[in-house]
Design a protein around this ligand. Sequence first.
Ligand code: SF4
Ligand code: SF4
Length: 156
Amino acid sequence: MDTIVLKKQDPKIKNDIAARTGAEKFKLCFTCGTCTASCPVAEVNEDYDPRKLIRMSIFGMRKGVLSSDIIWMCQRCYVCYARCPQNVKFADVMGVLREMSVEEGFSPKERIERIEELDRFAQDLRCNFVEQLINPDDKQRKKIVAMVDEKLNEKK
Ligand code: SF4
Ligand code: SF4
């Protein structure tokens, strides 16, 4: 693990985050790990760890947090929201980190909208896969391939 040089960090970030609607309680996190243990993204991506982002923010790692690809991985399913013993509302904290990332120039401004589109696409794709699982059909299979192909070829 990399050493954190505290004097090079920006301790103000924790207050900047906590000042925004939805993230007021984020400093109450006591790193219990319940969010990570119940998160569907963490289940498939070993680098995804919600409590680590909170610790990094508390340690003042502004650039590390706001430029992290990880803040875009959350699917905002609210599972952690319901289970957090400290009522941290991590899904909303993630929304705040995304806004700050865009505002401070770490991410392009259209990314928030593109991620929302991607989440809708993922749900649509899942429904089509379930349909194919239950009622296998060549037409349905071609539809799924076309959906993925179209998404991959969308203009960036
Ligand atoms: S469940 Fe809540 S308190 Fe526990 S690590 Fe996650 S955000 Fe922090
Ligand atoms: S809202 Fe995000 S961090 Fe929380 S469980 Fe869902 S995907 Fe994981």
